[in-house]
Design a protein around this ligand. Structure first.
Ligand code: MCA
Ligand code: AMP
Length: 506
């Protein structure tokens, strides 16, 4: 096997192989078997210890989490949910949402986390594909859609169902399925990334090691809890470390800085858009009180990295992950946190760059086994020798730091949310008068990229109205913010749109 310097002879299909930061043999990332078993053990060991501060300011301790997750599991089981069944969980951040999630995992259900702002069309695609038995959803409108789509058990976020006996809990194996988050993908049809309990546990253990996350830590958690960043990193890490978190219902610059300034928290995790806003705020220096600030989900520019250090007195630790793999690469906690780089593979993660295009390929106990009931998409996303193709283009410098230098996939990242052009283009093409459509991300200091639509059509095409009509089918973050009508989209000799040649008309 190649060393850190990649010096030994390498097979032709990859150019550089980085082993995990901690050799796999030296740490058993699966020793605790599953997250829910480890969480319950932590809660039992310290029932009075505060774990989560709810959005109304009340603290909930381990003993209460044990009781509440058991009660919810009793209700779900009484209503007919069985291990292996899928359950949609969707809502704004709250302790009740975390309780529903943890209860489902403790009894062996597979959680399908869903964006609380999705449209009926977006929900239908996920429900049709995942066929959940139950849905715990805070938005009444979405509860109605779930019922119409035939979901048997639908409740609000408090799981207001009749009580029942507590089923067997905390007996899942590492290989059992745990989470089924959906990613739209380049085909426009969403696919579920099936993550096992082992995948989630291995990644959370690696975070604890790399970021020195201990029970003394308290996280300011202002991320949505339906993506890996807020859920798989923020919630899972907090509960595994036996630490605590302050849940903020939504991201608000002043609230984050107030908590940071009060000295009651030690960490903050955010996307670059959040840091861009924090750096511009009065009293941004309050962020400097924290032990650790982590950025991820989208590139943090070296300029922004420096600006935050200057304004907030905080040297950001940037890391890189994906829904399919949880966390992959992190800057070091003690060593240099290098601006513009994402760092070294987490414990357990091996990384290599494909020789032909430097695409990052990974493997490890954190990497999912495939897309739910999509053998073709799964086969395409793994190499013949079993490495997952991330679709991100990487580089490794002489010190072994990995950087993301591009994307092999058509993906726009706006404010840390992924937007796949294909899904939006398909909706735009269906609008009257639209001959063709192309959607790209234009650079933006605040959002990273702004979703921008080019519509091909005659001079009387009302491009804004066409986009507005398509937007009713899309969650707000996917809606094109900039719209151009063009006589003809730039095409190559094969007739394919050349995205790189798209320019606003004069
Ligand atoms: C909100 N809006 C957006 C976005 N967010 N538009 C484009 N892109 C967005 N990301 C819209 C709102 O609907 C509103 O539209 C307008 O922008 C202004 O809203 P504002 O109040 O300023 O926004 P906000 O509520 O403060 O949200 C900004 C945000 C949020 C806090 C940065 O986008 C956010 O929480 N992003 C994090 C997403 C995340 O967790 N990603 C992780 C996935 P209008 O004016 O029309 O009403 S990736 C992942 O999990 C992997 C594993 C990883 O590596 O982490
Ligand atoms: P998702 O599919 O929502 O899990 O998003 C994963 C994608 O986000 C990755 O494939 C990357 O393209 C991107 N990403 C996550 N973290 C970073 C980062 N620190 N720098 C650049 N891109 C990132």
């Amino acid at each position: 096997m190649a060393g850190h310097d990649g010096s030994m002879a390498e097979p032709a299909h990859w150019s550089r192989h980085l082993p995990p930061e901690t050799e796999p043999a030296s740490v058993d990332l699966l020793a605790r078997v599953s997250l829910p078993a480890a969480w319950a053990a932590n809660w039992r060991a310290a029932p009075d210890r505060p774990v989560l501060r709810d959005v109304d300011g009340t603290w909930v301790g381990g003993g209460e989490l044990l009781e509440r997750t058991e009660a919810v599991a009793g209700r779900l089981s009484h209503a007919g949910a069985r291990p292996g069944d899928r359950i949609v969980v969707s809502g704004a951040p709250s302790v009740s949402l975390v309780v529903a999630h943890a209860a489902a995992l403790r009894m062996g259900l597979v959680v399908v986390p869903v964006n609380a702002a999705y449209s009926e069309r977006e929900i239908e695609a996920i429900v049709t594909d995942s066929r959940p038995t139950a849905a715990v959803v805070d938005r009444p409108e979405m509860q109605g859609w779930m019922r119409t789509l035939g979901v048997e058990m639908v409740s609000g976020i408090e799981v207001e169902l009749p009580d029942g006996p507590v089923p067997t809990l905390d007996t899942v194996a590492s290989d059992d399925p745990a989470l089924l988050p959906y990613t739209s993908g380049t085909t426009g049809r969403p696919k579920g990334a099936l993550l096992s309990h082992g995948n989630l546990l291995a990644s959370a253990e690696a975070l604890l090691i790399t970021w020195r996350w201990t029970s003394e830590d308290r996280l300011i958690l202002a991320l949505p809890l339906f993506h890996i960043h807020g859920l798989g990193v923020g919630v899972h890490g907090t509960l595994l470390a036996g630490a605590s978190a302050i849940l903020q219902g939504r991201f608000d610059v002043e609230s984050v800085l107030d908590v940071a300034g009060s000295g009651e928290a030690t960490m903050f995790f955010g996307v670059p858009t959040m840091y861009a806003r924090l750096a511009e705020a009065d009293g941004a220096g309050r962020l400097g009180n924290l032990r650790l600030c982590v950025s991820g989900s989208a590139p943090l520019s070296p300029e922004m990295h420096r600006r935050i250090e200057e304004r907030c007195g905080q040297r950001i630790l940037e890391r890189y992950g994906m829904t399919e793999t949880v966390m992959l690469v992190s800057n070091p906690y003690d060593g240099e946190r290098r601006a513009g780089a994402v760092g070294f593979p987490f414990p357990g993660v091996e990384l290599r760059l494909a020789a032909e295009n430097a695409e990052i390929e990974v493997r490890g106990p954190n990497v999912f086994s495939g897309y739910f009931e999509r053998p073709d998409a799964t086969a395409e996303s793994f190499t013949d020798d079993g490495w997952f193709r991330t679709g991100d283009i990487g580089a490794v410098d002489d010190d072994g730091y990995v950087s993301i230098v591009g994307r092999a996939k058509e993906l726009i990242i706006s404010g840390g949310y992924n937007v796949y052009p294909r899904e939006i283009e398909d909706l735009l093409r269906a609008q009257p008068g639209v001959v063709d459509a192309a959607v790209v991300g234009m650079p933006s200091e605040e959002w990273g990229e702004v979703v921008t639509a080019y519509l091909e059509g005659s001079a009387d095409l009302d491009a804004d109205s066409a986009v507005a009509a398509a937007s009713t089918e899309l969650a707000p973050y996917k809606r094109p913010r900039v719209v151009h009508r063009v006589d003809a989209l730039p095409r190559n000799a094969m007739g394919k749109v050349v995205r790189g040649d798209l320019r606003p008309p004069d």
